[in-house]
Write a protein that binds this ligand. Structure first.
Ligand code: ADP
Ligand code: MG
Length: 225
């Protein structure tokens, strides 16, 4: 399984008024099984950095490798397939499909590479059981609590055993107790799968559960001691 190696990542946004330097010369290495919390005030570039690590956006300069692959050198269909298999996303809002059941939502990542067969359905069902929702397989998101929806989102992110899991304020909409449970689950599964985890969070308790912590300050990523 591959490591993450980002070198000298910078990102500028040019608007009519100004050129914003959001990320400046960021280098970041993660090994399989490692977890990193990224802290920093609103507007400091946390989501921008996650979007680049997740190959959803391209850096203005700098290079990145996930395992042996430089995703930004892949043509778009190959990049989409790579992202779909190797990267799992958890957002602050669950982003579940409202018309689909829990099981169907967790199967979504398999659809990019064809339809889901018995093997995929078995894997999804097992993971749904693992996140404590085996009695909710045919529920729809509107019939679930906030914590349950995030558990489904975690199962969807991890169902293909991605090498890299990215979470943007995954517990931001949950109460304290539920947030702690959801965070524990995400970390337990990440350790079981030996994937790499990067979590953007304002929550100190969540950040403390990660192996490493860094904060974004004036566009630079500073390791917290
Ligand atoms: P955070 O997630 O830390 O709150 P973001 O990464 O969302 O911060 O945004 C960082 C900065 O970049 C903000 O000032 C925001 O306005 C700016 N920004 C983000 N995306 C764009 C974009 N597509 N075009 C122009 N500016 C952007
Ligand atoms: Mg953000």
């Amino acid at each position: 399984m591959g490591a993450l190696n980002a070198e000298s990542i910078s990102k500028n946004f040019s608007t009519a008024e100004a050129r914003l330097e959001v990320l400046v010369d960021i280098s970041l290495r993660l090994a399989p099984g490692e977890s990193l919390a990224i802290l920093g005030p609103s507007g400091s570039g946390k989501s921008t950095l996650l979007a680049i690590l997740g190959t959803l956006d391209r850096p203005t300069s700098g290079t990145m490798k996930i395992g042996d692959v430089d995703p930004f050198k892949l043509a778009e269909p190959l990049l989409a397939a790579f992202r779909n298999k190797q990267i799992g996303f958890v957002f602050q809002d669950h982003h579940l499909l409202p018309q689909c059941t829990v099981l169907e939502n967790v199967l979504v990542p398999f659809l990019g590479s064809g339809s889901a067969g018995k093997l995929e359905i078995d894997e999804a069902t097992q993971l749904i059981e693992r996140v404590g929702l085996s009695q909710r397989l045919l529920h729809r998101p509107a019939q679930l609590s906030g914590g349950e929806k995030q558990r489904v989102a975690i199962a969807r992110a991890l169902v293909r055993k991605p090498v890299l899991v990215l979470a943007d304020e995954p517990t931001g909409n949950l109460d304290g107790t539920t947030a702690a449970e959801v965070a524990r689950l995400l970390l337990d599964l990440q350790l079981e799968q030996k994937s790499m985890l990067v979590v953007v969070t304002h929550s100190r308790p969540l950040a403390e559960q990660m192996q490493r912590r860094s904060s974004l300050e004036n566009g630079r990523l500073v390791e917290c001691v």
